[in-house]
Design a protein around this ligand. Structure first.
Ligand SMILES: C[S@@+](CC[C@H](N)C(=O)[O-])C[C@H]1O[C@@H](n2cnc3c(N)ncnc32)[C@H](O)[C@@H]1O
Length: 303
């Protein structure tokens, strides 16, 4: 199933049931390459909202990234899918020389504005899947909630190609996990079921298994992976949570009337039963994979 790592709701299918044809179903549970290509573009339509509402990342994560990736100030870093620069800012504060690329022009415009104070950050509008890779290798690559949007057939080999021997691929993922205002996440599924009676969700427990380290070893381009996990609770007022929902690719792919009805239902629920605010628990996972210093790769995993 196509992953919904940043989404508010995880949709599950019963594999024994036929999948009914429904616009909601196809927006929420797509599994095709075409959907990857369409949905990864949706962030650009929501660039301002994205910048305002997405939670960013815990500062500790970037300290660990520096330690696990062996990165010093001045290191040459490529960030893929920088969005409006939420992770880029933390990287820039640590003194790295950054090339940050994103396929979205509106996102890149906001990233340039947000990173204006850092002369060593260059923002490039490009599709990493087809970008002509620079000849000068990078010490590290960072992809924050973006790696899963890259072409699965080429992303690991292209990352390895643009890294120096011994360089680090740092993949950060965001998952919504069980916790926070627990009952709200159960109640809210009724809002989704109004759109699609077969919709259902279950929040996963916080768990490293959500992001298996061995994924990054496929193909033998990387030799070792180290992982760290972070939990953060964020409390949203109803209007902020509604705005956040409109930054998720699966929600943005809904038909307009369906999205409006869904947002209205969620808002009423938060305001009437939850005193106007709800808390969402995020799990952030950092995986740092090292390119072998030479051609030979001996695999190891550390969590
Ligand atoms: C969920 S957002 C994460 C943005 C940012 N890293 C953050 O943490 O706020 C995913 C980003 O990846 C970008 N993206 C997706 N596919 C891409 C590609 N092939 N090349 C470059 N950027 C891509 C999207 O435009 C979007 O900004």
């Amino acid at each position: 199933m196509f992953p919904y790592p940043e989404g508010a709701v995880r949709y599950l299918r019963d594999p024994n049931k036929p999948v009914p044809s429904s616009p909601v179903r196809s927006a929420m549970t797509g599994s095709h390459e075409q959907e990857r290509l369409t949905k990864r573009r949706t962030f650009d339509e929501a660039a301002d909202r994205y910048d305002r509402t997405r939670p960013g990342y815990p500062p500790d994560l970037f300290d660990d990234l520096a330690a696990l990736g062996d990165l010093q100030s001045g290191a040459r870093v490529l960030e893929i899918g920088c969005g409006t620069g939420q992770a880029t800012r933390e990287l820039a504060r640590r003194g790295y020389a950054i090339v940050a690329i994103d396929v979205g022009e509106n996102l890149a415009r906001l990233a340039r504005r947000n990173l204006g104070e850092f002369p060593d950050v260059e923002i490039v509008v490009a599709d990493f899947d087809t970008w002509e890779l620079p000849r000068t290798p990078f010490d590290a690559i960072v992809a924050a909630t973006a790696f899963h949007w890259l072409d699965p057939a080429t992303r690991l080999s292209r990352c390895a190609e643009v890294l120096r021997p011994g360089g680090s691929l740092c993949v950060i993922d965001t998952d919504h996990v069980a916790g926070g205002t627990e009952q709200f996440w159960i109640d809210v599924q009724d809002c989704y079921r109004r759109l699609d009676p077969d919709a259902g969700f279950r929040l996963p427990a916080a768990n490293m298994a959500l992001r298996p380290p061995e994924e990054l070893l496929v193909g033998g381009h990387f030799a070792a992976v180290q992982c760290r996990q972070y939990l953060t609770d964020v409390t949203y007022r109803a209007s902020d949570y509604i705005e956040l929902l409109t930054t998720y690719s699966d929600h943005l792919a809904l038909p307009h009337e369906g999205l409006e009805a869904l947002l209205g239902c969620v808002r009423v629920l938060i305001e009437s039963l939850y005193g106007g605010s709800v808390t969402k628990r995020y799990q952030f996972t950092l995986r740092v994979a090292r390119k072998p210093p030479s051609a030979a790769a001996s695999h190891s995993l550390t969590t």
